[in-house]
Design a protein around this ligand. Structure first.
Ligand code: F58
Length: 837
C-alpha cells in the first residue's frame, strides 16, 4: 500500500470523496437500505430477516473497514514491533453484535431497524457462527484478538479459512449425528485478497549446491505447488478505533481453475481432481479436541498455513529494509499449542536456505521470535508426526529438524555428561517404530518462552512433560499466563441487563476496559435495591433459557428451580459421566421419598451440552446416556418439577451467550490435574453463577479470588491422582456404594438397553477407573447436597454471587494479553491518536 500511494496533488480529491461514517439513525437507515437495494438487489417487497441482517452487517462493515484501513496504515508508519498469533483455530462466534458494540451505535441501529420493520434480536440471530475451532483453545484465541485490538496492540491473527467449521451436532434418537457446517454462503466479514497469494511447496526433493561465496546451500524443489490466497477479517477493539487483522488462508490449485494442458489433452478428470486436491487442504477443521491422529492432510494443513503466514510476515519485514538482526525486534510470533510448530524449521529454512544466513545467526533469530503456549498435559493429546511422513511431505524440514536436534543433543551431552538416559528422553526424535517427531519438544527448543495457561497447569508441565527441559534451560524459560475471557462478549453482549446494572452502580462502562473496577460492586452487596435488581436479572436470564429449552427440547422447566449447567466438549477427563451418574443418584433418592419428604427437595434442572469427537465412542455413549436418562426422568410424574434433565443440541459460542447467563451452578469437575485451565468457569461466575469444581486448572485461582466460601470444591487433589491410579491397578478398588446402586439401575434397563452403556460402566468397574469417578463420587454427591442447602437460603446465595462477580476482575483477557505483551512479546500498544492517518 505504501508504494501505491496517490501523489500529493491528487490527495485533496480523495479526501473530499473519502467514505463518510454514518452516525445517526437516519444515516444508518440510509446505508442499510442502500445495501439491501444495491448490494443485495432486494427491495421492500422481498426483504426478509436474512436480507435485513445483511444490510445491517454491511452498513457496520463499512464503518469497520474505514478504521481498519487507518489502523493498518498507522501501524505500518509507526514501524514498531507486531505480534502474530498463529492458531489453527479461532472460535469467533457471531460478529455483528460485537461490531455494533465496538462502533458504538447499537441503539441507533436498533431504532433504525424498528423503523424498517425489524427487531434487533431477530436480526442478530440471523448470523451463522464462525465456528473455526473445537473448544477452549479456539475460543481463547478469539478472546485474545478482542483484547489485543481493545488494548491497541499491533497484532495479526493467522489461521486457515476452513470451508467447513466444526460440525453441526444433531441429536437423533438420543445419539449424536454430525452434519457439515458450510458457513460461507454469506459472510460479509471477510475480504478476499486475490492479490495476496503465496505458493506453497510439498513433497519433492532436496539438492545441494555451492553458492557464489563458496557456501554449501540446500534447495528444496520439484514438489507439488498449492497456492494460498489471503482472506482478511477486521477485528475491532472496544472503546478504540484500533481495528486489527485476522488473515485466513484458503488453498487453491497453483495453476488457477484447472490444468488446461491436461484439460486440452483430454485428461478432464485428472485436471479437476488436481484442483480439488489443492482445495481440500483448507476444506475442513479437524473435529478432534484431544486426540492427535497423525493424518497426512492435517500435517499438510499445518505446513500450508505456517509457510503462508511466515512468507507474509517475512515479506512485510523485508519491505522495511532492516537488517536481519532486527527481525525479532519487529516480529513476535506466538504458537497456540504445537499445531504451528513447523513455523520453527520453516523460519530457519527461510533464513539459511533462501536468505543465506549462517545457521547460528539464524537460530538466534528463530528462538528470539517464537513463544509457545501449551494447553494440555494429557499424553494422548501431545502431537507427534512420523518421520517417514515428514520425510515424504517436507524433506528439507526433516533435515532441519534433525540438525536442530543434533545441535541440541550435543549441548545437553556436554552439560550433563554423567546422565546417560537424558539424551533419549529429550530428543526431538522418539526412537519408536516408526520414529516420531515430538512437536512439543521442538516447540520448546525453538522458543524463548514456554507458558502454561493456569498456575497449576504451568507448575505441572514443569514437573512432568517438560521436567528435563527445566533442568536444561533453567526455570525462567517456563512461565504462567493464566487464561482470561473478554468481558465485552461474555458480560456486556451476553448479559446486557447485568452489564447495565453494574454500569449504573459504577458510574459508567469503564469496567469493560478495566475489569478490576468490578471490585467496587462489593460496596453494594447489602444494598436492597441492587440485590433485588441483580436477582431479577438472573431470573429473567433463566426465563430466557427456559424458553429456549422449551422451544428446542420440548421440555417445560421451572425457572425458579436451580439451573445446573455443564456445557463443554464431551470428554472422559471432563467427567460428564460423573455428572449424569449424580443425576441418576438424585433420581433414585427422589423415587424413594414420601410426599412429605419431597416437599423439602430443592427442584433442579440439569442442563448438558457439548460435542463429542466423531470417533470418540465413549463420549458419544455419555451423550446417549444423558438423553436416555432425560427421557425417563422428564416423563416421570412422581418426580415432576423436582428434577429435569436436558441435553442442548449443537452447543456453540452463540448458544453459550444464552446459556451462561441463565445458570445458577456450573460444573467444572475434571479429574484433578487434567484440565489445563478451563475458561467457561470464568464466564459463569462473571455472570452471577457459582461453580462446583475440582481443584483443577483455573478453578484454583477462581477460588483464591472469590474466596473459598463462594465456590463448591470437592474431590481428590492432583498430587494424589497418580497414587490412586496405581493403587487401583495393584490392589483393585472398592466401588463407591452409591455409585454401585447407580450402575445397578443402569444395568437393570431403566434407561433402555443396558448393553449400550456397558463400555462406560466397565471402564470404571473393570478397567481401573482411570478418571477416578468412583473415588470422587461421594464427595461430589455431598457437595451437591451443600449446594441445595445453600441455594435454599436465597439471601446468602445472592450475597455469594454478587461478591463473586465483584472479584472476577483478574480473569479479563485484557490482563492476560498485557502479561504476554510484557513477559513474552516485548511489545507496546500503539495509541490511535499517535498519528492522524
Ligand atoms: C483447552 N484445550 C484446554 N484443545 O483443555 C482448556 O483447559 C484450556 O482452558 C483451553 O485449552 C485454553 O487454554 C483445547 O481446547 C483443543 O481443542 C485441541 C484442538 C486440536 C487437537 C488437540 C486439542
Amino acid at each position: 500500500a505504501v508504494e501505491a500511494s496517490v501523489p500529493e496533488g491528487q490527495r485533496a480529491a480523495w479526501k473530499k470523496h473519502s467514505a463518510r461514517e454514518f452516525k445517526t439513525k437516519e444515516e444508518f437507515e440510509n446505508e442499510a437500505v442502500r445495501h439491501i437495494e444495491t448490494t443485495l438487489a432486494r427491495s421492500l417487497f422481498n426483504c426478509d430477516e436474512a436480507a435485513a441482517y445483511a444490510g445491517t452487517a454491511l452498513a457496520f462493515r463499512d464503518r469497520l473497514v474505514i478504521e481498519w484501513n487507518k489502523t493498518q496504515q498507522r501501524q505500518t508508519f509507526a514501524d514498531q514491533k507486531r505480534v502474530y498469533y498463529l492458531s489453527l483455530e479461532f472460535l469467533m462466534g457471531r460478529a455483528l453484535d460485537n461490531a455494533m458494540l465496538n462502533v458504538g451505535l447499537k441503539d441507533v441501529a436498533k431504532d433504525g431497524l424498528a423503523d424498517l420493520g425489524f427487531r434487533m434480536e431477530d436480526i442478530i440471530s440471523q448470523e451463522r457462527d464462525a465456528a473455526l475451532g473445537n473448544g477452549g483453545l479456539g475460543r481463547l484465541a478469539a478472546c485474545f484478538l478482542d483484547s489485543l485490538a481493545s488494548l491497541n496492540y499491533p497484532a495479526w491473527g493467522y489461521a486457515l479459512r476452513y470451508r467447513y467449521g466444526i460440525f453441526k451436532q444433531e441429536i437423533v434418537d438420543g445419539y449424536q449425528v454430525e452434519v457439515p457446517d458450510y458457513w460461507l454462503d454469506f459472510n460479509p466479514w471477510e475480504f478476499p485478497r486475490h492479490d495476496v497469494t503465496v505458493d506453497i511447496n510439498f513433497y519433492g526433493s532436496v539438492s545441494q549446491y555451492v553458492d557464489d561465496d563458496g557456501k554449501q546451500r540446500s534447495v528444496w524443489d520439484n514438489g507439488e505447488i498449492v497456492t494460498a490466497v489471503a482472506y482478511d477479517a477486521p477485528i475491532p477493539g472496544y472503546g478504540t478505533t484500533t481495528t486489527n487483522n485476522l488473515r485466513l488462508w484458503s488453498s487453491k490449485a497453483s495453476h488457477g481453475e484447472f490444468d488446461f494442458t491436461k484439460f486440452n489433452s483430454g485428461e478432464y478428470e485428472q485436471s479437476v481432481a488436481d484442483q480439488q486436491r489443492a482445495e481440500t487442504i483448507s476444506a475442513v477443521l479437524y473435529p478432534n479436541d484431544s486426540l492427535e491422529r497423525g493424518k497426512e492432510l492435517r500435517l499438510k494443513q499445518q505446513y500450508f498455513w505456517c509457510a503462508a503466514s511466515l512468507f507474509d510476515i517475512v515479506r512485510r519485514f523485508k519491505k522495511s529494509k532492516k537488517p536481519w538482526k532486527d527481525f525479532a525486534n519487529q516480529v513476535a510470533i506466538q504458537l497456540n499449542d504445537t499445531h504451528p510448530t513447523l513455523a520453527i524449521p520453516e523460519l530457519q529454512r527461510i533464513l539459511v536456505d533462501l536468505e543465506g544466513l549462517g545457521w547460528d545467526e539464524a537460530w538466534t533469530i528463530v528462538q528470539a521470535t517464537f513463544g509457545y503456549t501449551n494447553h494440555t498435559v494429557l499424553p494422548e493429546a501431545l502431537e507427534k508426526w512420523s518421520v517417514p511422513l515428514i520425510q515424504h511431505l517436507l524433506p528439507r524440514h526433516l533435515q532441519i529438524i534433525y540438525e536442530i536436534n543434533s545441535r541440541f543433543l550435543q549441548y545437553v551431552e556436554k552439560t550433563f555428561p554423567k546422565e546417560k538416559d537424558i539424551l533419549g528422553r529429550v530428543s526431538i526424535i522418539e526412537e519408536s517404530q516408526p520414529k516420531m517427531v515430538r512437536m512439543a519438544y521442538l516447540a520448546v527448543i525453538g522458543s524463548h518462552k514456554v507458558n502454561g495457561v493456569a498456575e497449576l497447569h504451568s507448575d505441572l508441565i514443569k514437573t512432568t512433560i517438560f521436567k528435563d527441559f527445566v533442568k536444561i534451560y533453567g526455570p525462567d524459560k517456563f512461565t504462567n499466563v493464566t487464561n482470561g475471557i473478554t468481558p465485552r462478549r461474555w458480560l456486556h453482549q451476553a448479559n446486557p441487563k447485568l452489564s447495565e446494572l453494574i454500569a449504573s452502580k459504577l458510574g459508567g462502562y469503564d469496567y469493560l476496559r478495566d475489569l478490576t473496577l468490578l471490585h467496587k460492586l462489593e460496596a453494594f452487596v447489602d444494598d436492597k435495591e441492587f440485590r433485588k435488581d441483580f436477582q431479577a436479572i438472573k431470573y429473567a436470564n433463566k426465563v430466557r433459557l427456559a424458553q429456549y429449552i422449551l422451544e428446542h427440547n420440548g421440555v417445560k422447566v421451572n425457572p425458579a428451580a436451580l439451573f445446573d449447567v455443564q456445557v463443554k466438549r464431551i470428554h472422559e477427563y471432563k467427567r460428564q459421566q460423573l455428572n449424569i451418574f449424580g443425576v441418576i443418584h438424585r433420581y433414585l433418592q427422589i423415587k424413594a421419598m414420601s410426599a412429605e419428604e419431597k416437599k423439602k427437595v430443592q427442584p433442579r434442572v440439569s442442563i448438558f451440552g457439548g460435542k463429542a469427537a466423531p470417533g470418540y465412542w465413549m463420549a458419544k455413549t455419555v451423550i446417549h446416556l444423558v438423553n436416555q436418562v432425560g427421557k425417563v426422568i422428564n416423563a416421570d410424574k412422581e418426580v415432576g418439577d423436582l428434577l429435569k434433565v436436558v441435553f442442548l443440541e449443537d452447543y456453540n459460542v452463540s448458544k453459550a451467550e444464552i446459556i451462561v447467563p441463565g445458570s445458577d451452578i456450573s460444573e467444572h469437575i475434571s479429574t484433578a490435574g487434567t484440565e489445563a485451565s478451563g475458561t467457561s468457569n470464568m464466564k459463569f461466575v462473571l455472570n452471577g453463577g457459582l461453580v462446583i469444581g475440582t481443584c483443577d486448572g483455573a478453578n484454583i485461582e477462581i477460588t483464591r479470588e472469590v474466596g473459598e466460601e463462594n465456590i463448591f470444591l470437592f474431590g481428590n487433589l492432583a498430587e494424589d491422582v497418580e497414587d490412586l491410579r496405581e493403587a487401583h491397578h495393584k490392589q483393585g478398588f472398592e466401588l463407591d456404594p452409591l455409585l454401585k446402586r447407580v450402575f445397578e439401575t443402569i444395568r437393570s434397563g431403566t434407561f433402555g438397553d443396558a448393553g449400550q452403556f456397558s463400555a462406560l460402566v466397565d471402564s470404571i468397574v473393570d478397567h481401573g477407573d482411570y478418571y477416578l469417578v468412583s473415588d470422587d463420587f461421594k464427595s461430589y454427591i455431598d457437595t451437591q447436597g451443600l449446594i441445595d442447602q445453600s441455594y435454599a437460603k436465597q439471601e446468602e446465595w445472592v450475597t455469594k454471587t454478587i461478591l463473586s462477580v465483584a472479584r472476577m476482575g483478574f480473569f479479563s483477557s485484557d490482563r492476560c494479553i498485557d502479561e504476554y505483551a510484557e513477559m513474552i512479546w516485548n511489545i507496546e500498544p500503539l495509541k490511535p491518536e499517535a498519528n492522524g492517518a
